[in-house]
Structure formats: C-alpha cells, structure tokens
Ligand binder design. Sequence first.
Ligand code: SF4
Length: 375
Amino acid sequence: MPSFLDLFKKYDWEQVKASIYSKTATDVEHAISAKNRNLEDFKALISPAASDYLEQMAGISQQLTTKRFGHTVQMYVPLYLSNECNNICTYCGFSYDNKVKRRTLSAMEIMQEVAAIKEMGYEHVLLVTGEANQTVHVEYFKQVLDLIKPRFAQVSMEVQPLDTSDYQQLIPHGLTTVLVYQETYHQEDYKKHHPKGKKSNFEYRLETPDRLGQAGIHKMGLGVLIGLEDWRTDSFFTALHLSYLEKQYWQSKYSLSFPRLRPFSGGLEPKVVMNDRELVQLICAYRLFNEELELSISTRESPEFRNNIIKLGITSMSAGSKTNPGGYAVAPESLEQFEISDERSANEMAKIITAQGYEPVWKDWDRSLTSQIMS
Ligand code: SF4
C-alpha cells in the first residue's frame, strides 16, 4: 500500500528549516503573485521574510475564502467521552503519569451531555477520547455512534489512530470525519514527547491519514501542536503531507487546525512560542496555498484573536467547549485536558460572527447524505 512515510523519508528537517529561513522578499513577492502556488511558495509565505507582507496576504486570504466558502463559519463542539489514557504525552493533562481521576462516560451519561450540547444549538459534534484500548475501543465507538448519530447531522472523531479495517467498520455507523494530529514531524522530538504507550510509534501515527484514505473516509483533519518544535518547519511538513494526501485520496476532503500549546495541570512550557501575528501569517499562508482547505480554530485561542480571525480565512469554529468528560452536564468540575482561553458561549460567539456579516452554520451535512455514504 502507498504511504506518506516513503516521501517523508526523502526530506531532512534541518535542510527544510534552512530553506524556509533563507527565503527573501523576492521569493515572497513571487509567491503572492503566483497563480498556482507550490510548496516552495508556501515556504516563502511562512518565512520570516513574509512578515512584512501580512496585510497583503490577509487581503488575498479573505478574498479566496469568501469565493470558496461564502460568508459562513461552520460551528462544532467537542464531546469528551473519556480521559483514560495509557500514553505518556508531555503536553497533555490526561497523560498516564498524571495522577487524576479517570472516567469513561456511560451511555446514560453521554445522553445527558448530548442533551446539554443540543440545547446550545449544535448539529456537529467532535467525539474525543484518550487512548485506552481496553475500555475505549472500536466496539465502544460503534455503540457511541449508534447512540448519538440519530441526534446530530455530523459526527467527527479525534481518538487514537486505528487500523484501516477499524475505520471501515465505523464509517457505516455514521462516522464522517477523523482528526489526527501528528503533533510534530520532528522524529527525535516526537520520541521525547511520547516516551510511553502506542503513541510513541511515530510511523504508525504518520501513516494514519493513509489508512483513513484507504478506508474511504469523507474528511480528515491534520495539524501539529504548535510550540513543540519550530512551527515553520512543522507547517511545511504538514503542507507536504496534505499535498500528498490530496493527490492520493482525492475523494476525501481535508481540514487543518492550529492548536497552540495551552497550560494544563503540571504543564509543559512551549519550546517555541508563536505569537498572534505569526498565527495569522500561518493561516493566511495555508489559504493562499490551498483554496479548498477547511481551516478551523478552537477555544484554545483568546476571544480577541478569535474575533479578528473570522474574516481572514477560518471556516470553522468551536464555542462553549468543555475539555473534560462530563464537562457539559455530568461532572463539570472534573480535570480538563487543557485550559480553554475563550469561555464565551455558543450563542455569544454566534452573535459576534453575525455582527461581522458572517453566518454561523450549525448544520452543513444532511442526514440523507450520510445515509447514501453508509449504504
Ligand atoms: S494527547 Fe491524547 S494520547 Fe496523549 S496523553 Fe493526551 S489523551 Fe493521551
């Protein structure tokens, strides 16, 4: 089976990094004026040299996003099902070595959470778990999907990487989208941040989008955890991965997220701090590189930043999120995966989106379409 790993092995992290940092104003101007932008153009757009061109990039990004997506922002909310996890990840509140109370929601508890989420108006839910294969496994996911799919127009998942056959089993139960972040493409640093558990297998994680594509998933989401390594180099590898996947699995759609490392109980300090201006640059660079890509921003970011980014290329947002299992109704006081920065409710966020001339879209996926895919 084809795999991104073969292509990935042809690239050297330090060479890529040096190439990005050597881009000049001329390279940036060429990238901005190019009709079809390639990976070299993307390097220029994320380089320090592009910082002086941010306004121009933001203008083009806004124009391209409006052309493809209109004045809309898709709304979604995470539903944390479990904080059980057998992995040690240095940046996560659910890490195995973090002595916190663990819980996996029962069917009844899930329905209580669903009721609270529906009350907020959501039709798109993102199911999130840690990696505890004894309790949170494919059979559990099937049961959860059967339980909640009739109540939502769209169900996405951000759980442990699975085998192709597992994804093939879940799609008929209503799974449409899977998010799997590589965290970092720096293989050595990846090992440092994932010293124990199945997640320490860099290559298995790297090949997850291939398995999703082979399973025929409707949409997959990529990204890295910004702060673990040089964000520019990590973003290049994400763009390389995306380009590969789009060619290989052209039937699937793609989304990208930009999580910046957030504080949590016993937390890790970022190795590299990305400021707000740089995050805007990255979002605009992705939009200039790829007009079809869905770009998502979560409540990790501050209210001010989220207000300002609506018009610049973002196509989906969460609001009113809780990052603990039971956080909406069952156990609001339990430990979060990370601290939320924007605590405004879904309703408040919707008003802000509307005030900027955009429409918050709660449902962009019809149940009848899901039935067609499932049949
Ligand atoms: S990031 Fe995911 S796999 Fe790692 S400790 Fe947290 S929940 Fe577990």
